[in-house]
Design a protein around this ligand. Structure first.
Ligand code: 1HN
Length: 348
């Protein structure tokens, strides 16, 4: 396919102008811009330092309660996608703060959400009638259309990262949302019920899941971190990703969420990864250690709780100065199902 539009002539331009009011457009005049030979995105590499996000949230807490805000969140908006509330072209990212004694009132929506807990020694979230406690590093799911509310019964502010598929739902014009009408939904199931039912390498005989999201809604950091620690003993490192595990839906082995793929990875001290790129723009969250990321020539250094974004098809190379753990999420599950996902490893 030729890469440039055919040259304009006065007659052609007059023709384009003439058909515009009739809601028509000449494909050949725009084709090169919409069918690109490789991904072209407004999304740019960027890092948010946790210290500045956290202090802005504390400042926000002086301005508005969690209840009045409904969710006291600062959106991490990609500077290349200004005004869009997007962190990548297809995904949303924010950091939420709940102060001691506050609740974020119950509501539901067709957007799916993940939480990655940044600071909490006992805040809770309730999803579909079950409560779970949130601890640092926990990965928590709110499947779409489930009632959810959050609360802080500790005496310290709590913070977590919210990842949602808002732009995907927006793209399909499929957004629905409603408030529960009370701050908290009734708790109808014991705490850790879903972890016991579906998270112990067993599930109730005859169980059939109607929904695509995992029935487990808290993947505790202690368990995931321990798995990485046990596995490192074999020294089987992926040249690009170190040791990278994906969170799964135990019912079918698919990704834990239908629209957002989530991973936890360990890079050992001194790791110097091979270059890689993939079509799923990815949001990384530092959990432990320190990393230097080379993203298409740009160097970004980041540590615990910092967030950075790697746009689609941007070459990435990760180097770790010390043992490092990263959480990440992307739209990979959707791309895989549509046959769009591509990954290039090394320079081939
Ligand atoms: C939401 O429901 C939460 O439940 C967080 O904590 C962020 C951003 C947009 C729409 C809904 C939450 C959100 C959100």
């Amino acid at each position: 396919m030729s890469q440039a539009a055919p040259p304009n002539t006065p007659e052609r331009e007059a023709f384009y102008d003439a058909i515009e009011p009739e809601s028509m457009r000449a494909l050949w005049s725009v084709m090169a811009g919409i069918i690109t030979p490789e991904p072209k995105s407004g999304c740019v590499p960027y890092k948010w330092s946790y210290d500045s996000v956290r202090s802005r949230l504390i400042e926000a807490a002086g301005l508005i309660t969690a209840k009045e805000a409904e969710r006291r969140v600062l959106i991490l908006e990609n500077p290349g996608l200004k005004g869009s509330s997007k962190v990548t072209t297809s995904l949303y990212c924010g950091v939420q703060c709940v102060m001691p004694g506050e609740v974020a009132p119950a509501h539901r929506h067709t957007q799916s959400a993940l939480r990655f807990v940044l600071e909490s020694s006992g805040g809770f979230t309730a999803v579909g009638g079950e409560k779970t406690e949130m601890q640092f590093g926990d990965f928590v799911i709110t499947p779409n259309w489930e009632w959810h509310d959050h609360g802080n019964t500790t005496d310290e502010p709590i913070f977590w990262l919210d990842g949602l598929d808002i732009p995907v739902v927006q793209f399909f014009d499929a957004s629905f949302a409603e408030g529960y009408g009370e701050d908290q939904q009734p708790i109808t199931r014991p705490q850790n019920d879903s972890a016991a039912r579906y998270g112990a390498n067993m599930m109730p005989l005859g169980y059939e899941r109607a929904k695509p999201a995992s029935p487990i809604f808290n993947y505790p950091y202690a368990r995931s971190r321990d798995a990485l620690e046990q596995m490192r003993r074999t020294e089987e490192w992926d040249p690009c990703h170190g040791l990278k595990m994906r969170y799964i839906n135990p019912v079918n082995g698919d990704w834990a969420m239908p629209t957002i793929g989530t991973c936890l990875q360990l890079l050992p001290k001194g790791f110097s990864g091979a270059q890689t790129r993939s079509t799923d723009a990815t949001v990384y969250v530092g959990v432990e250690g320190k990393v230097r990321a080379h993203i298409r020539g740009q160097i970004i250094e980041f540590g615990p709780r910092d967030v950075f974004v790697v746009p689609s098809w941007h070459e990435l190379k990760l180097e770790a100065e010390e043992d490092t753990v990263l959480f990440s999420y992307s739209d990979r599950p959707i791309q895989e199902k549509l046959g769009l996902f591509r990954e290039q490893r090394g320079n081939q």
